[in-house]
Design a protein around this ligand. Structure first.
Ligand SMILES: Cc1cc2nc3c(=O)[nH]c(=O)nc-3n(C[C@H](O)[C@H](O)[C@H](O)COP(=O)(O)O)c2cc1C
Length: 197
């Protein structure tokens, strides 16, 4: 193996290409955000990092709320559009055909077509440099009921989620294992009926 050292950069991939909604039902906006993630399980906390020049920056700072809507294969073109066009110039809901609906707990619109929207309240804004980090408390997670199966499980795995890696979007592929599978004991194979003695 042979390694080359690059200058400091942001190469933690894959990340989400989430569509963050903000504003009001009358003047809703969407900004695509890759710098987002979970920062605490209990209390449930998340973050988004935004450049100050984003139109959404002031909307979220002033309103103190936003929602993170997960992107899927069907929504990836809209997600890209919301990441290259500014709400200063266009109404991104109208242009993408996405449907704004009121958040179920936060006072911000969410995207009807997204399987999952994380409704958040800003708790702190930390200036870091190019981006400011918005720490946020999760107020509630709104899920699309059509992804519930008959056993009452939420089948996010069937929603064709999208990941973003080094400038490109990817659909998630096949499952390689579930949490803890590396240490799970293999189940003994039941002998087939013919071989049972
Ligand atoms: C895949 C992708 C990820 C992005 N991630 C971020 C991000 O994490 N933070 C940010 O400030 N801008 C990010 N952007 C850029 C904004 O989405 C873009 O500048 C957008 O037009 C801003 O919209 P607004 O002016 O309506 O707020 C990203 C763009 C793309 C395409």
């Amino acid at each position: 193996m042979s390694k080359t050292l690059w200058k400091p950069g942001t190469m933690v991939y894959p990340v989400p290409a989430a569509m963050v909604t903000c504003g009001t039902m009358e003047t809703p906006n969407i900004i695509t955000v890759a710098w987002t993630g979970t920062i605490c399980t209990n209390p449930a906390m998340t973050y988004i990092s935004l450049r100050k020049e984003r139109y959404s920056y002031d909307l979220i700072k002033n309103q103190g709320q936003f929602a993170i809507n997960l992107s899927t294969k069907a929504l990836v073109k809209a997600a890209d559009y919301c990441g290259v066009k500014s709400g200063r110039e266009v109404n991104k809901f109208e242009q993408t055909g996405l449907t704004p609906i009121p958040g179920l707990i936060a006072q911000v619109p969410i995207i009807a077509e997204s399987p999952l929207s994380i409704e958040c309240e800003v708790t702190e804004i930390k200036a870091l440099g190019s981006h400011d980090m918005f720490f946020a408390k999760v107020l509630g997670v709104t899920i699309e009921e059509s992804f519930m199966d008959r056993d009452g499980r939420f089948r996010l795995d069937r929603s064709e989620l999208v990941a973003y890696s080094h400038g490109a979007y990817y659909e998630l592929g096949k499952s390689l294992g579930t949490f803890g599978f590396s240490v799970q004991k293999k189940k003994k194979k039941k002998p087939s009926p013919q071989k049972r003695r």
